[in-house]
Each structure stands twice: as structure tokens, then as C-alpha cells.
Design a protein around this ligand. Structure first.
Ligand code: SF4
Length: 194
């Protein structure tokens, strides 16, 4: 009886307010869970990393992410518990964002097939950017309309359009809209994104 009372007393003390958290961390039920020296010395992989709040780049749900950076490299990406959208969760695709960044198979060059050519050539990104700039300039010059048939100013081109994807965020869409409208483009569309 005395043994039962002592055990019950210890249990009540362990589960008392203020101690219950310690008890849950150090016990399996009421049985103490010994932690090895090795386990005690383990450190999380994000120790000393700098954390940045971000948004998953994949879909319009816009789940919050925490991106951990160490020595100028992304070392981990996890769900952000502070996100009012996702509350720390990520779907399998968003959970794999780390592999999107740290992937030796990531395509970093442009594949180009010249008119009438049968084979693809590999070109650097700078080459493609220059090429796009030249084509945009030529198309705008060739299709820009200053006035309509009744001589009213319209200052537009219908020769180019923009269709954005879900990975574009608010800021990118703001810049895209501003830039393309300044060229006179009116056909600008984008998939929803926060
Ligand atoms: S984690 Fe999944 S659901 Fe959330 S934004 Fe990314 S792809 Fe969409």
C-alpha cells in the first residue's frame, strides 16, 4: 500500500502543472526514457543556419516555407508554421523544393533549334536573353500602332502577348505588367498566384 502511495505521489508530481512537458520529453508513459550521450550531443542539421521566410514556388496555394541557408548554400527547406495558409505543412511536391535547388540535373542551358534545322544546339542563357530582346524589339517596331482608324491615340501592339505561370509571385507579376504595358502590350495574362 505504501509502495503504491509513493508511486502514485511521484506520478502526480511528474504530471503536475509545469512539469508535464519535461515528463513527456523524458518518459515513455511513466517509465523514464534514458537518453544516450550520443543522442544528447546530437545537433539539428539547421543549427547555425540563417532562416528566410519564403513561399513555395509551385502552385497557387502559396504555402509558406522556411529556407535555411549556411555558407551561401540552401541546406534545408521546411514548412513554415507561421504561414496562415499552410500552418507549417507542405504537400509532397512542396516538400521536395530542396531537390529543385540542389539538383545536379537542373537544366542551366538553353536548347535551341534553328529554323529548318533538325538538331538541337545548346546555348548559354545570356545568348537566349539577347535573342529574346532582339525579337521583342523587332516585333514591337513592326507592329506598334500609334492611332486607330479614326486617328485616336492607342499606342499599343497586338503583335506580342504574355502568358505567365503559377510560379510567378505578386512582385514578379507587378514588374511584368509594368514592363509589358510600357511597351504597349495589352495581351497579358497570368495564372492565379498570391
Ligand atoms: S506545398 Fe504543394 S500545395 Fe503548397 S504551394 Fe507548394 S505545391 Fe502548392
Amino acid at each position: 500500500m505504501a509502495v503504491f502511495a509513493t508511486t502514485f505521489g511521484r506520478l502526480a508530481e511528474r504530471l503536475s502543472k509545469g512539469k508535464i512537458s519535461d515528463t513527456l520529453q523524458s518518459h515513455v508513459g511513466v517509465v523514464p526514457n534514458p537518453i544516450s550521450k550520443h543522442s544528447k550531443e546530437l545537433k539539428p542539421r539547421i543549427e547555425d543556419a540563417k532562416m528566410f521566410h519564403s513561399v513555395c514556388p509551385y502552385c497557387a496555394v502559396g504555402c509558406g516555407q522556411r529556407v535555411y541557408v549556411k555558407d551561401d548554400k540552401v541546406i534545408d527547406i521546411e514548412g513554415d508554421p507561421d504561414s496562415p495558409i499552410s500552418g507549417g505543412t507542405l504537400c509532397p511536391k512542396g516538400s521536395a523544393s530542396f531537390g529543385l535547388i540542389n539538383n545536379p540535373n537542373r537544366v542551366t542551358k538553353v536548347k535551341y533549334r534553328a529554323p529548318y534545322a533538325r538538331d538541337w544546339e545548346e546555348k548559354p542563357l545570356e545568348w537566349a536573353m539577347q535573342r529574346i530582346a532582339e525579337r521583342v524589339y523587332q516585333t514591337r517596331e513592326a507592329t506598334f500602332e500609334e492611332v486607330d482608324e479614326e486617328n485616336r491615340p492607342i499606342n499599343r501592339t497586338l503583335g506580342m502577348g504574355s502568358l505567365g505561370g503559377a510560379t510567378l509571385d505578386n512582385e514578379e507579376n507587378y514588374l511584368i505588367t509594368k514592363l509589358f504595358h510600357s511597351w504597349g502590350m495589352v495581351s497579358i495574362e497570368n495564372q492565379a498566384r498570391i
